[in-house]
Design a protein around this ligand. Structure first.
Ligand code: ATP
Ligand code: MG
Length: 244
């Protein structure tokens, strides 16, 4: 479904490349976790996958077609949520639908259901400033899901949360991805999160970002995985790969 072919990105000819020769692919329903040091190009890679910036060389293909601009079927949860502070939770969730001229009635139905599913029913009319970090993150996820995407790109979506809230949201995300057969690419700094969510884990090296190790992690996506022995051995494997 997604083919990333030898992507390189240079922002400035006098600076080192931000990304060099990144190649991987994902089938429908796959989940890929990307982990690597700060500044290695993870966000840049997601922007390229989203069609928001072009690579200097290489290409991204989705369902065989080169990505040259943002697609409605690809949703992007930004590193800092990207919520509009002057709009309520419901209005934020409806933003993409409004841009795509979906009828008001349908917007209300879709937003109402998502807000309930994500435990935000009582916050529909609140403004983002009144929400906790975890609630804001759920609003950003609801907004991304509202357009029924096929692909979810997520940039450190749970980074500011305590462990318990984070794990609950990871479980919710897994349920939604499974139910909708979403293809997910998630960037994280957490080894445990990468192992819990990524059926394939890409470990990137420092700038210029390359994929230095690919770890297959077939048990990801199983809610009981966190307490299994394999989980801990895969975490160790990822840690060693990061330190390589
Ligand atoms: N628009 C831009 N213009 C110039 N340089 C940029 C631009 N965007 C990113 N960079 C540079 O490219 C490199 C990769 O940045 P990027 O934001 O992709 O890193 P990251 O892996 O997401 O880091 P973090 O883990 O801190 O979020 C950095 O050195 C950054 O300064
Ligand atoms: Mg980043």
């Amino acid at each position: 479904m997604i083919d990333v072919e030898s992507i390189s990105k240079s922002f400035d000819e006098n600076a080192p490349y931000a990304l060099r020769g990144v190649t991987f692919s994902a089938s429908k329903g796959d989940s890929i976790a990307i982990i690597g040091p700060s500044g290695c190009g993870k966000t840049t890679l997601l922007y390229i996958l989203a069609g928001l910036i072009n690579p200097t060389s290489g290409q991204v293909r989705i369902r065989g077609k080169q990505v040259l601009c943002p697609l409605r079927t690809t949703a992007f949860v930004l590193q800092d949520f990207g919520l509009l502070p002057w709009k309520t939770v419901r209005q934020n969730v409806c933003l993409g639908m409004k841009i795509h001229e979906i009828s008001k009635e349908e917007q209300d139905n879709i937003a109402g259901k998502l807000l309930l599913d994500l435990g935000l029913g009582s916050h529909s009319d609140s403004y983002p400033a009144l929400l906790s970090g975890g609630e804001k993150q759920r609003v950003a996820i609801a907004r991304a899901l509202a357009l029924r995407p096929e692909i979810m790109l997520m940039d450190e979506p749970f980074s500011s949360l305590d462990t318990i809230t984070r794990e609950k949201l990871q479980d919710t995300l897994l349920d939604i991805c499974r139910e909708r057969e979403l293809t997910m690419i998630i960037v994280t700094h957490s080894i445990e999160e990468a192992v819990f969510l990524g059926r394939t884990i890409l470990v990137m090296g420092p700038r210029p970002g390359t994929v230095k190790v690919v770890i297959n992690n077939a048990n990801a996506g199983n809610l009981s995985y966190r307490s299994q022995k394999d989980f801990f051995s895969t975490c160790t494997h990822v840690r060693q790969a990061i330190e390589l």
